[in-house]
Design a protein around this ligand. Structure first.
Ligand code: NAP
Length: 469
């Protein structure tokens, strides 16, 4: 094809693609076509109605890369961290044009003339080609992100609630507009898990992803390990800045569940509403449960897990006993950890800061940097034949200080029971919905049994009781 002749018909493009053995990726509603893997170096093409026009030599652009003009929403913990990482890093292809905040009187660590309280100064600014959304209000964030994408800007966000609750729509808008929406910082902050699932684990069949995805709850559970009651440890965590003044999203497991929803989408190609993922937080982890963990040389962690069984995907966020030989046992305090199990790569483990100004800012910066080479999630695993299942059995230790009967009726199989004046418990297999109903009464606390406990139960089957219903 003659590259000096910039115009060609859609049919001509097809013919050229076939001849050159290249793949044409359609972006948006037929507005943009891109040549992928062009053996001659590639050229980016744009389609204006029925005609295709060369706009840029991609080879040239690859060498120079795109420079970005940023409009940032939010300059709190993450926004100011991003600004600091931008100043400190050698990455100079992004310029901050404007920053939108709520309160103009707060002291800031960036030049005052960058700040505004008027969102339109960013959203309607044609100089700005990337909106970085780092605010703490998911509803306002939804408006900002969708408006920015629809007006032709690329968007980076750290907001897991926004992404988890609107992922299907956000994927659709990306397809319609051809713009890129990246959110690495929204899941386990500095741990690069989304892009790895999307790219590295593209060909390896992911079997399971599990992790500690919430630093606040991990900090609280680490402190509870050494004794102490939940309320005083929560107070300490709030004073140390590890927990929000309203800790509900963290301690009740919502935050981890939003992040798990993203892992499910990028591991298995299923976009599920967060409401369909079973979860329970750590508010009722009692000293009795911690004592049992210590006696078994285990630790209680809030584990977010999704895995594949045949053609089904299951997931939950639940407190769990973790054996000392497991990777997540050593993830303490405010750290996060993620283990990915692939069919061929087997177990791989990431550990790092799941929150904090600079670690989260660094993850946002990595997304911004990826935009310089027009990176976007391809969501290649979507439309799989897998089905999401949200009621299935789990093996659990259910513990309470009840003098009444143990809720054996709710179990499918009982491994053991215990009763004393102060404490009673039952260990066994129970449907996750039944378990959540029992926990909602506030009379019981629970943690999933560890692998080692299950193995030892398997070796000694004498105490197992099948429950007839
Ligand atoms: N903190 C972390 O370690 C962490 C880690 C991973 C992900 N995230 C996510 O990152 C996002 C930001 O968290 P953060 O901790 O940085 O929050 P933050 O410290 O509370 O800061 C929020 C910022 O957003 C601004 N803001 C709020 N509503 C706004 C609106 N409607 N328009 C413009 N600005 C608005 C606030 O303005 P003022 O300064 O004027 O009040 C403030 O600068 C959240 O989605 C959070 O879940 C945080």
């Amino acid at each position: 094809m003659d590259s000096t002749n910039p115009r060609m018909s859609a049919e001509g493009l097809d013919e050229y693609a076939q001849r050159s053995e290249i793949h044409i990726q359609t972006e948006g509603s037929q507005k943009e076509l891109r040549l992928v893997g062009d053996p001659l170096g590639g050229r980016e093409l744009q389609q204006c109605s029925r005609e295709i026009t060369f706009t840029n030599d991609l080879k040239e652009r690859r060498m120079s890369n795109r420079s970005l003009k940023l409009g940032i929403f939010g300059f709190g913990c993450v926004g100011s961290g991003l600004y600091e990482t931008l100043q400190a890093s050698k990455f100079k292809r992004a310029e901050v044009v404007r920053i939108c905040i709520l309160d103009p009187s707060k002291p800031r660590t960036a030049p005052r003339d960058l700040f505004t309280t008027v969102p339109e100064e960013l959203l309607d600014n044609e100089d700005i080609d990337v909106i970085v959304e780092l605010i703490d209000d998911a509803e306002a964030a939804y408006e900002i992100v969708t408006r920015a994408l629809r007006s032709g800007k690329d968007v980076v966000s750290a907001n897991k609630k926004l992404v988890a609750e609107h992922l299907e729509e956000l994927i659709q808008i990306q397809r319609e507009t051809g713009r890129s929406f990246l959110y690495e910082a929204a899941c386990a902050a500095s741990i690069p898990i989304i892009r790895n699932l999307e790219e590295y684990y593209d060909n390896d069949l992911v079997q399971k992803v599990e992790g500690i995805l919430n630093g606040s709850t991990n900090y609280i559970l680490s402190a509870l390990q050494n004794g102490g009651d939940f309320d005083s440890v929560l107070n300490e965590a709030q004073e140390a800045g590890y927990a929000e003044s309203d800790p509900t999203l963290d301690v009740d497991g919502w935050d981890a569940k939003f992040k798990l929803t993203l892992l499910i989408a990028h591991s298995f190609g299923l976009v599920v509403p967060p409401s369909s993922v079973p979860h329970h937080g750590i508010r009722y982890i009692t000293p009795r449960l911690q004592r049992i963990a210590r006696e078994r040389n285990q630790r209680i962690k809030l584990i977010a897990r999704c895995w594949k069984e045949d053609d089904r995907v299951r997931a939950y966020v639940l407190p769990s006993f973790v054996d000392s030989d497991e990777e997540l046992f050593a993830v303490n305090d405010a750290l996060n950890g993620v283990v990915v199990e692939g069919a061929f790569s087997e177990r791989q483990y990431f550990r790092g800061k799941g929150a904090g100004s600079l670690p989260t800012g660094a993850a946002v910066l990595s997304d911004i940097s990826a935009l310089t080479y027009d990176y976007r999630y391809a969501y290649k695993k979507l439309n799989s034949d897998l089905e999401f299942e949200n009621d299935f059995p789990v093996c659990v230790h259910l513990n309470g200080n009840q003098s009444g009967p143990l809720p054996i009726y709710a179990f499918e199989e009982v491994f053991g029971t215990f009763r004393s004046v102060k404490e009673s418990y039952v260990e066994g297999r129970i449907g996750i919905r039944n378990l959540l109903e029992l926990l909602e009464t506030g009379l019981w606390s629970a943690a999933l049994l560890s692998e080692q406990t299950l193995q030892s139960l398997e070796q000694d089957q004498s105490s197992i009781l099948a429950v007839s219903h």
